[in-house]
Ligand binder design. Structure first.
Ligand SMILES: Cc1cc2nc3c(=O)[nH]c(=O)nc-3n(C[C@H](O)[C@H](O)[C@H](O)COP(=O)(O)O)c2cc1C
Ligand code: SF4
Ligand code: SF4
Length: 259
């Protein structure tokens, strides 16, 4: 059995940055991508210590993470799990119902996390200057050092609680569910697109088909920004406008989920 595994979902690189930082503070820690596990569930088996890391989407849990917990984690031998922790990231301390939603999903899968942590990272939907991104990431690194100490000692920290729990949870989940087709606002600048298929290969929900060498968006987009930010030509338009791609440490985040 593996000692330490971190599974993460990252649309634009922030969560992967956190996963790598925390993994480096542990002994022999494997870092696995949730969409890759969804494509090939045999990549993942229950370790002694498991971390689940993901960005807050609409104050809730992104669909791919929900799928991983409900369909994959629950199908494994979770009785072998010694210590489970959940680390989320978003642009502020306001986390809405994300921890409660995650706790509920875990509980339905028959498992409870001992520790919930949160890290503030740059907003990936709007543009920041390089300097602002660096400032936020440096502060995040300090938060991660505190979390790393807690995880080393296997400390316990409850999911953050918000009042009107049930109503708030339902409202945020509704908001997330009604934003499942963000790609309806996406189009392709055919003068820039080279048909390289990178957007198709990186979409965590398989929401992009290649038709006659050009991407076609289907209707189960979760708005993660992966395709937009990883396009080498910046050819994916939002509401017919080119976006300022979000680059962490000046790099295009790109992860391949299919050939
Ligand atoms: C679809 C979507 C919804 C988001 N919703 C929230 C939110 O409700 N609150 C918030 O503070 N940040 C929100 N964000 C910002 C991200 O949580 C934040 O930038 C995160 O660090 C991105 O992580 P990633 O690069 O690993 O995807 C949202 C981003 C996306 C793409
Ligand atoms: S990543 Fe960009 S250039 Fe490549 S196929 Fe997609 S839209 Fe076209
Ligand atoms: S179409 Fe783009 S924004 Fe939507 S889920 Fe796929 S990669 Fe994410």
């Amino acid at each position: 059995m593996e000692k330490n595994i971190i599974v993460y979902f990252s649309g634009t690189g922030n969560t992967l940055h956190i996963a790598k930082h925390l993994a480096a503070s542990m002994e022999d820690c494997k870092v696995l991508s949730i969409p890759q596990i969804i494509e090939n569930p045999s990549l993942f088996e229950i370790p002694d210590r498991l971390g689940i890391m993901f960005p807050v989407h609409f104050q809730s849990v992104p669909f791919v993470v929900e799928y991983f917990i409900s369909e994959i984690l629950s199908s494994k031998k979770i009785s072998d799990l010694g210590y489970l922790y959940v680390i989320t990231d978003s642009t502020s301390h306001v986390k809405g119902a994300v921890h409660q939603k995650c706790a509920k999903l875990l509980s339905l899968s028959g498992v409870h996390a001992s520790y919930y942590g949160h890290v503030i990272m740059p907003q990936n939907l709007t543009s920041h200057s390089k300097e602002d991104i660096q400032k936020i990431v440096s502060a995040a690194d300090i938060t991660m050092n505190h979390i790393a100490k807690d995880l080393k000692s296997e400390n316990i920290k409850a999911a953050s609680f918000i009042p009107l729990k049930r109503l708030t949870l339902a409202l945020w989940t509704h908001l997330r569910n009604t934003h499942t087709n963000a790609a309806q606002y996406f189009s392709i600048d055919e003068t820039r697109c080279t048909g390289c298929r990178r957007c198709y290969r990186t979409c965590p929900t398989n929401n992009i088909e290649m038709k006659s060498g050009s991407p076609l968006f289907l209707n189960h987009c979760i708005g993660c920004q992966s395709c937009i930010n990883s396009c080498p030509q910046n050819a994916i338009l939002k509401k017919n406008k080119q976006t300022n791609q979000y680059l962490l440490n000046g790099k295009h985040f790109y992860e391949e989920y299919r050939k």
